[in-house]
Design a protein around this ligand. Structure first.
Ligand code: ARG
Length: 462
């Protein structure tokens, strides 16, 4: 009968229950937040005259020792202690005696776990945003070197129009920028302290919630205690934000996988971030982007898991909520390593511009330019221009060349109205640079986009 809550029980908990009920195997991840929360709570209790100075001082000494024991690996994590909150309090009391037993005054494990987990998630929002910032720097760096590197822009994975590689990469910069913004706005929205909400209804003790909120670095105190002890929106938000980020990573990974195939040959991943085959000696496999793509599914699973745990829970705290942590810990760990490895894989990758250019010369990427030329310079209605261009493409096909390589005479034979200056219009670079509308692929516009992201990063103080 060594449970803290055993007063009203006459028989001990079965060991099966201990195993089933415990969160101590995973919630120790929150030990820093738990100890800091207790220190803030104790300081507040002393300020309010609920603890005396002597008691506060021994709580501080005791918690410092507990922290030391955890960090040096000698702390005894026992499943029958149920969770880290009770394990730490029990050890504290065994170290300092009665003062330890007063620490839980005006507090419940319900607001305690809400504080710990919320602070952990707020911290992780920031850490992941910082890693995304580093990734964005790498992407912008590579993009800056390739604002004139032609490659086929695609729709339906079919050659569509010529673009430059910098422009292509900046599409990912835009996605990762939004990911940073989402993480930071979630941090702002959820930066409220649950401490002092106690079990569900607040506490009759004269606590100072503003004081503990300040001590713990929260912006303010939460508004409604019943909501606060059962709210896990902050955890759902980080899961959604990581899921969306992984979805972006997965899309980029898919392109890296395609691009490093013989069929594309647009990039080569470095040896450091490629793997071999156990049977085929010639192989170099893109395991890194493949695993990034795969891990995305696992993160989505955690998001769906917690959404489902929370669905239909009556107010306020329910033990179901204990299922909130493992998925978040796993998603956060996945985010950390994924961002690091993607960043390194990109930094060390070789861009094969010549293959990109060769691919651009397949598929008549400047066909739209011929149609546009007929409309603009010859007054041909677009539908008709589309038809004439189709004829020109068929002629190029018959000659076994790309439309960008066709001669003036061939075009003239198809339509009298076409002038010699068409040849310049059909050049791939010309075609790319003609797309000057805001946000377009023209090198000038791409450079503007680069400046946009550089400015964002410069201002981003995290
Ligand atoms: N281990 C619990 C959790 O993670 C802590 C809160 C327990 N509260 C309770 N009333 N049983 O959710």
């Amino acid at each position: 009968m060594d449970k803290m809550w055993s007063g009203r029980f006459s028989a001990s908990a079965s060991s099966l229950l201990d195993q089933f009920n415990a969160s101590i195997m995973f919630d120790r991840e929150l030990y820093r937040e738990d100890i800091e929360g207790s220190l803030a709570h104790a300081a507040m209790l002393e300020k309010q005259g609920i603890l005396n100075a002597q008691e506060l001082s021994s709580i501080r000494t005791g918690l410092a020792q507990v922290r030391e024991e955890i960090e040096s690996g000698v702390f005894e994590w026992t499943i029958s202690d149920e969770d880290l909150h009770m394990a730490i309090e029990k050890r504290l009391t065994s170290l300092i005696g009665d003062a330890g037993k007063k620490l839980h005054t005006g507090r419940s494990r319900n607001d305690q776990v809400a504080v710990d987990f919320r602070r952990y998630v707020l911290r992780k929002n920031l850490e992941i945003a910082r890693q995304l910032k580093a990734l964005l720097e790498t992407i912008i760096d590579i993009a800056g070197k390739h604002t004139q590197t032609l490659l086929p822009g695609m729709t339906h994975l079919q050659h569509a129009q010529p673009i430059n590689f910098g422009f292509h990469l900046l599409a990912y910069a835009a996605m990762f920028k939004r990911d940073i913004e989402r993480l930071l706005s979630s941090r702002e929205r959820n930066n409220v302290s649950p401490l002092g909400c106690a079990a569900l209804a607040g506490t009759p003790h004269n606590v100072d919630r503003d004081f503990t909120a300040r001590e713990l670095g929260f912006e303010s105190v939460s508004v409604n205690c019943l909501d606060t002890v059962s709210d896990r929106d902050f955890a759902l938000e980080i899961l959604f934000n990581i899921s969306t980020m992984m979805m972006h990573i997965s899309r980029l990974s898919e392109e890296l996988i395609l691009w490093s195939s013989y069929e594309f040959g647009f990039v080569e991943l470095s040896d450091e971030y490629s793997t071999g085959s156990s049977i085929m000696p010639q192989k170099k496999n893109p395991d890194v982007p493949e695993l990034l793509r795969g891990k995305t599914g696992r993160v989505y699973g955690s998001l769906m898991g917690l959404l489902t745990v929370m669905k239909g829970l009556p107010l306020a705290y329910n033990k179901d909520t204990q299922e909130d942590k493992e998925g978040v810990f796993d998603a956060v760990a996945t985010a950390h390593i994924s961002l690091d490895i993607l960043n390194e894989a990109l930094k060390t990758m070789t861009v094969k511009s010549e293959n990109m250019l060769a691919a651009s010369k397949k598929g008549h990427l400047s066909a739209t330019d011929l149609a546009d030329y007929l409309v603009e310079h010859c007054g041909v209605p677009f539908r008709e221009a589309h038809f004439i261009t189709g004829k020109a493409v068929a002629r190029a096909e018959a000659l076994g060349i790309d439309l960008s390589e066709i001669s003036y005479n061939e075009l003239k034979a198809i339509d009298e109205r076409i002038d010699e200056d068409i040849i310049a219009h059909l050049q791939l670079e010309h075609s790319m640079n003609a797309r000057m509308s805001a946000g377009g692929t023209a090198t000038l516009r791409t450079l503007e986009q680069l400046v946009h992201f550089e400015h964002y990063l410069k201002e981003l103080d995290i």
